[in-house]
Write a protein that binds this ligand. Structure first.
Ligand SMILES: Cc1ncc(COP(=O)(O)O)c(C=O)c1O
Length: 450
């Protein structure tokens, strides 16, 4: 493996020098685990951004990339979208945080209630984990119960991370392996319990074991594949039978499946749902929506924060939701995602390597023909490294946004042709370590939901 030392003057030398200073001053070097450069190809892929526009970002070294991560899904229309940004700038001139409720609180609430199937009342937050914690509190308060069954990733808060106090492995399949719940009160052990995706019996067994104690079943209803027929209906029915609040965490699916979220696509209505990320095209915002009988008791609960009604986030959300409908973004993402999969699969076939691009159209991912997990991770790192050199920043999956079009699909396919060829050669000759110039990426979020 080549050095990641900034002094070698590589393509991201300035980034690496800044990264060293970041590590000195900020534990972990950044605010979000998925943004840690160790999750890409450290030493080759971009580390520190300076700006973004449309489908592109630029790092501090002056390299330009198509960003296939779309700010970890939070950018859905494209970076610095002119319409959303104009609304935000106008709001800044009119004031951002007030002593009384801002009129946009009502406008966004009416929009969400009109659009999201399960929504009759709403509360706001500033991000996904924040909104999940609000939902967990409301469900506990409404039912008077403490335990929460969960499936998927739901943020950094105590209520969720407490799962690893009962067993070190509780978050392995939902978040990533080996997480120690450092700093999370041990007395919360047993309050958050994981259940396996797709297994109705497993959920029924846990509900039965904790009969009368489960406040909520919180889950990512899907991620990159559609659920098996009848599965979510079964989950909803079990929740009804046990008096548990069913909460869909739609932070990651967001408004990519449709401009009303994932519920119209799945045909199942939860009792509550949580949104963040793509609701506001990169501005800080989150929302918890739900049926009136579940949400209304929150009036009596201490669920309160100064910036949840701040007007920039509200303006960004109202404008983003309006634009998503006006532009029919969900259809564009589906069409482009299907084209991307088709092009990458054609490239793989042309160069004769059994790489597959698969998954739901708006969120495809690559599969490499390598069984051994250790080698697979190295091949994944080689892919990230070589694509970065060719101006494509991403994981081995694609979080699409609307500003990526035919040009970007063509560019990623051209780059993939060279990179897939190299991967094919590497699988054949086994000379992976020689070709890795970057530090091998650390395993990233691995969730049970597929
Ligand atoms: C499904 C889901 N829930 C919650 C979160 C947490 O959101 P945030 O990072 O905004 O706190 C994420 C973030 O990736 C997510 O994917």
């Amino acid at each position: 493996m080549a050095t990641t030392d900034a002094k070698t003057g590589g393509r991201v030398a300035r980034s690496m020098e800044m990264y060293e200073r970041l590590l000195e001053l900020i534990p972990g070097g950044t605010q979000l685990i998925s943004r840690r450069p160790t999750r890409y190809a450290l030493g080759v892929s971009p580390v520190v951004a300076t700006r973004g526009k449309g489908s592109r970002i630029w790092d501090v070294d002056g390299n330009e990339y198509i960003d296939w991560v779309s700010a970890i899904g939070s950018v859905i229309l494209g970076y610095a979208d002119p319409v959303v940004d104009e609304a935000v700038k106008a709001q800044i001139d009119k004031g951002t945080n007030f002593s009384i409720t801002h009129e946009l609180e009502l406008e966004l609430a009416e929009l969400l209630v009109e659009r999201i199937p399960c929504a009759e009342m709403v509360r706001y937050a500033r991000g996904g984990g924040d909104a999940c914690a609000v939902a967990a509190r409301i469900a506990r308060g409404t039912t008077g119960r403490d335990r929460i069954l969960f499936c998927g990733y739901h943020g950094w808060h105590d209520w969720y991370q407490a799962a690893n106090h009962s067993s070190d492995g509780n978050l392995d399949e939902h978040l990533f392996p080996g997480i120690e719940p450092i700093g999370v009160p041990k007395d919360l052990a047993g309050t958050a319990i994981p259940f396996p995706y797709g297994d109705l019996d497993g959920l029924a067994e846990r509900l039965e074991r904790h009969r009368g104690e489960v406040a909520a079943v919180m889950m990512e209803p899907m991620r990159s594949e559609l659920p098996a027929e009848g599965y979510l209906e079964g989950v909803a029915s079990l929740c009804r039978d046990h008096g548990a609040v069913l909460i869909f965490d739609e932070v990651s699916t967001g408004f990519r499946p449709s401009d009303a979220g994932v519920q119209p696509v799945l045909g199942v209505e939860p009792d509550m749902a949580v949104f963040a990320k793509s609701i506001s095209n990169g501005f800080a915002m989150g929302a918890v929506v739900g049926r009136r009988d579940v949400m209304a008791p929150a009036e009596q609960m201490f669920v309160s924060s100064t910036y949840w009604g701040e007007a920039v986030g509200l303006a960004a959300a109202v404008t983003t939701l309006t634009e998503l409908r006006k532009r029919n973004t969900a259809e564009t993402l589906a069409t482009n995602g299907a084209a991307l999969k088709q092009r990458l699969n054609a490239v793989a076939e042309e160069v004769g390597v059994a790489i597959r691009c698969t998954g739901i159209d708006y969120h495809p991912h690559l599969e490499f023909p390598v069984e051994d997990p250790a080698l697979n991770n190295k091949i994944g790192t080689l892919y990230v490294q070589e694509m970065a050199k060719r101006g494509n920043h991403g994981y081995t999956s694609f979080y699409l946004n609307e500003s990526q079009g035919e040009t970007e699909i063509g560019m990623v396919a051209d780059a993939a042709k060279e990179v897939f060829t190299l991967i094919g050669e590497t699988i054949e000759d086994g000379r992976i370590d020689e070709r890795l110039e970057a530090q091998e990426r650390q395993e990233f979020f691995r969730r049970l939901v597929s």
